[in-house]
Ligand binder design. Structure first.
Ligand SMILES: Cc1ncc(COP(=O)(O)O)c(C=O)c1O
Length: 442
């Protein structure tokens, strides 16, 4: 017989869990991201967060170098975002979006249309980054289907990419670093070009895009879209590539009549030093995915924007509608917070601030480049990366860093930071010192 959850002593509303109980229940019942349920890695109990500090159950405070995976830009417990949430809660936290609209969604959509490339003027709200990518892929495929070119239903992307963990998105992630090969029999098969070989600061040469050119020339007849992360390949290796590469991708998509999907879920809202990374190359995608920092990291919400051509193609086609509609689409609470977060960002000298972070990351991480165990040190905007020659032992490095009051989550060969933009100079110094010391200890 199942235990009655209401009567279960561990989770009765009256029970104050001790930290040990909390950790034991967590271990027994909860999956964590990319984690084992049998040999669970350590998890740190956070009880509150404020500014750039995470507070642990034992009272220790950690400088957050991860921005909760690119999403927290204004810091935790921000009065402006709190107020937006509370005001919206008093009106309504949710209402369905089928046949209904509401001010938070309309205001946010108009703001997104205003700040993204001019041709993008239709907004589809989704629940998470992965879903925004699913929506983008579906839009591209439904577009070609609707205008009578059903054979154009494949995607082309570049290796080392990452677009999310749902099936459609997974099929476009790097087949090796994406660790999704075990699903390859059930995933749609797409085309992969080599990852961009030219670094952000490199002089771009046509040879750098040869593999992509070959793929698009060979397969364009069946390609619905190219999908990639503009300028920064995040989870697939924290690689920064030359804007001229992206510009050539846009030209080749035009030449071969293939749509371009820019996945700015990680790069959007200033992280690379431009509001959107596409601006580095002065290009406009046909479809744009936003997420993560959209709500300042308060709630899960994403958006997929497209241009008139796609909206018209889909809506004049066989279905007459776009075939997607999540239950929590355009959740008013998330929309209100996203609107508050984005206007807050735009009201500040965010670019000057990200440049400050970039300068400090560059000088603070530079000593790591001297270490024999380090392969590369790179910085772009508010992203700082130490790439080691060998994979790092994540759990032990994390523990050492936590003992120094720093929160990071290294992966693969990377020790990196994507801190909230509100991080002060002193905290950033502690963070970079911790990263260099961690690299030196490997
Ligand atoms: C570029 C990119 N696309 C999509 C996603 C998936 O977003 P989510 O985790 O919100 O589903 C991520 C997440 O890391 C990402 O970095």
């Amino acid at each position: 017989m199942f235990a009655d959850p209401i009567l279960s002593p561990a989770i009765s509303p009256m029970t104050e869990l001790t930290t040990d109980q909390l950790l034991q229940l967590d271990k027994d019942h909860i999956w964590h991201p990319y984690a084992s349920m049998l040999d669970a890695p350590p998890v740190y109990p956070v009880v509150s967060a404020d500014g750039v500090r995470l507070k642990l159950a034992d009272g220790r405070e950690l400088i957050d170098g991860m921005g909760s995976w690119w999403s927290v830009i204004h810091g935790y417990n921000h009065p402006v975002l709190n107020e937006a949430a509370q005001a919206q809660l008093a009106d309504m936290s949710h209402v369905m979006f089928g046949g209904i609209t509401h001010p938070p969604a309309v205001k946010l959509a108009k703001l997104l249309v205003d700040i993204t490339p001019p041709s993008l003027n239709k907004v589809f709200f989704a629940d998470s980054g992965s879903v925004a990518v699913e929506v983008a892929i579906k839009m591209a495929i439904q577009y070609w289907y609707s205008i009578g070119q059903k054979q154009k239903h494949k995607l082309l992307t570049v290796r080392n990419g990452y677009h999310g963990d749902t099936f459609g998105a997974m099929a476009t992630c790097d087949p090796v670093t994406g660790m999704h090969h075990m699903f390859s029999d059930v995933l749609p098969q797409h085309y992969f070009a080599d990852a961009p070989a030219c670094r952000f600061e490199d002089h771009f040469e046509e040879a750098h895009i040869e593999s992509f050119k070959q793929q698009i020339a060979q397969h364009h007849g069946e390609l619905a879209a190219v999908i990639l992360e503009p300028i920064v390949q995040g989870t697939g290796g924290m690689r920064f590539y030359a804007p001229a590469y992206l510009k050539r991708v846009r030209e080749l998509c035009d030449q071969y009549d293939v749509l371009l999907i820019a996945d700015e879920i990680a790069t959007g809202f200033g992280r690379t030093g431009k509001l959107f990374a596409c601006e580095h190359a002065a290009i406009e995608p046909d479809i744009l995915c936003l997420g993560k920092a959209l709500t300042g990291g308060y709630l899960s919400m994403a958006a997929t924007l497209c241009n008139d051509k796609i909206a018209r193609g889909i809506c004049e086609g066989e279905a007459g509608v776009f075939m997607h509609g999540p239950t929590f689409m355009a959740n008013p609470l998330a929309c209100a917070i996203a609107y508050a977060s984005t206007t807050l960002l735009l009201s500040q000298d965010w670019q000057g601030n990200v440049q400050r972070m970039q300068r400090q990351l560059q000088s603070g991480l530079a000593p790591a480049a001297e270490l024999a165990t380090v392969a590369d040190v790179r910085v772009l905007g508010g992203i700082g990366v130490i790439e080691m020659k060998q994979p790092v032992a994540m759990a032990s490095i994390q523990k050492t860093l936590v003992d120094q009051g720093i929160w990071l989550r290294p992966f693969g060969r990377l020790i990196y930071t994507i801190a909230p933009y509100v991080i002060g100079d002193d905290d950033l110094t502690r963070l970079t010192q911790g990263m260099v010391a961690a690299a030196a200890s490997c």
